[in-house]
Design a binder for this molecule. Structure first.
Ligand code: DP6
Length: 325
């Protein structure tokens, strides 16, 4: 008999970035990070533990996968099997409601939904904190897609200590992420390779040394809803991560010319009074974080730029949740 559950999780955008691991195998991050879940965007994943299956199966957006995607999911199912005390193989069906390769990372929402669905389908009770540590082993940033709203991921020195928790719910602050999509092409170098090469940059040590201080400033700005303070530290932290990327061996340049154009515009818009700042992940697209009152103006401005192929809006999102059993 199959034991089934379906979970839904949002992707997240980091305000203080995770880049580089202190322990690659356990995915203990080099520094703490903080992010906001993205409402309206989600991955929905159905897991069925099934004794009659000879091997794990993965359907991604309706297409059966056999290569790298299945391998990564199967490795994570091994982690879940060990933790849940199961031997059965699983059938995994996963659907994203946002296109992959838009610069909105799908690994965070995918591994958060997979972890929650796999645990729920086993019937074994599991705390939110434990879920975050397990999701982390699948993809670091997935730990932050388990709790609700604005989420901090603690570094930790051991598996159980490296967990994520909500610092404020999604209703705490009406921020918006207005994402300017410059290219729908898949990124050439994924985050995983990037984390491994982070230490080859002379700048990584300095970035990591200041991360806890920046995180404290960012957290305070969130708790006090202080947009000016948030903007300063969010842009600084994104610039620092990209400086590390560009000075790693091999160097990683994720920016397109349009990326720099938008970063410049955002700074000008803010100087002119709009409450908006930028942050970038491992890709060329620009996440413009703004207050809700200014989101429509930012969206219009971005849509008018020739470099921008699409614009998406997301408010703060809730926790990963079970949507069917
Ligand atoms: C630049 O969590 O995608 O988005 O653990 O290898 O899956 P893996 O990496 P991932 O790295 C995220 C990197 C980032 C910054 C961030 O989200 O904190």
């Amino acid at each position: 008999m199959a034991h089934t559950a379906t979970a839904r999780a949002h992707p997240n955008i980091a305000f203080i970035k995770y880049w580089g691991n202190a322990d690659e195998k356990l995915r203990l991050p080099a520094n703490p990070s903080i992010s906001m879940n993205l409402d309206g965007l989600h991955t929905e994943t159905r897991v069925s533990w099934d004794d009659s299956l000879a091997s794990d199966m993965l359907l991604l957006n309706g297409v059966e996968e056999s290569g790298r995607a299945l391998h990564r999911v199967s490795l994570h199912l091994d982690v879940m099997r060990r933790w849940l005390g199961l031997t059965a193989k699983a059938r995994v069906e996963s659907v994203n409601n946002f296109p992959m390769g838009t610069g909105i990372a799908s690994s965070a929402s995918s591994f958060a939904a997979l972890t929650l669905a796999a645990a729920a389908a086993s019937g074994k009770p599991i705390s939110e904190r434990e879920l975050t540590t397990l999701a982390r082993l699948g993809s670091g940033s997935a730990a932050r897609s388990i709790p609700a709203g604005f989420v901090e991921w603690h570094t930790g020195k051991a598996h159980e200590e490296s967990y994520a928790e909500s610092v404020a719910g999604p209703e705490h602050w009406a921020l918006m992420d207005v994402v300017a999509i410059l290219s729908a092409a898949h990124k050439e170098v994924g985050s995983r390779e990037g984390h491994t090469s982070a230490n080859s940059s002379d700048l990584q040590g300095a970035r990591v040394a200041g991360a806890a201080r920046r995180l404290a400033l960012c957290k305070q700005a969130i708790l006090e809803r202080n947009f000016a303070a948030l903007a300063d530290v969010v842009e600084l932290d994104s610039n620092l991560m990209h400086a590390v990327m560009m000075t790693s061996q091999p160097p990683l340049f994720y920016w397109l010319p349009g990326t720099l154009t938008i970063m410049d515009k955002v700074r000008r818009w803010r100087a002119a009074g709009l409450r908006v700042c930028y942050t970038l992940d491992a890709g060329p697209n620009v996440h413009c974080i703004c207050v809700r009152e200014d989101a429509e103006t930012v969206r219009k401005e971005l849509s008018g730029l020739s470099e921008v192929v699409d614009v998406r809006l997301a408010a703060p999102g809730g926790a990963a949740q079970i949507v069917a059993s």
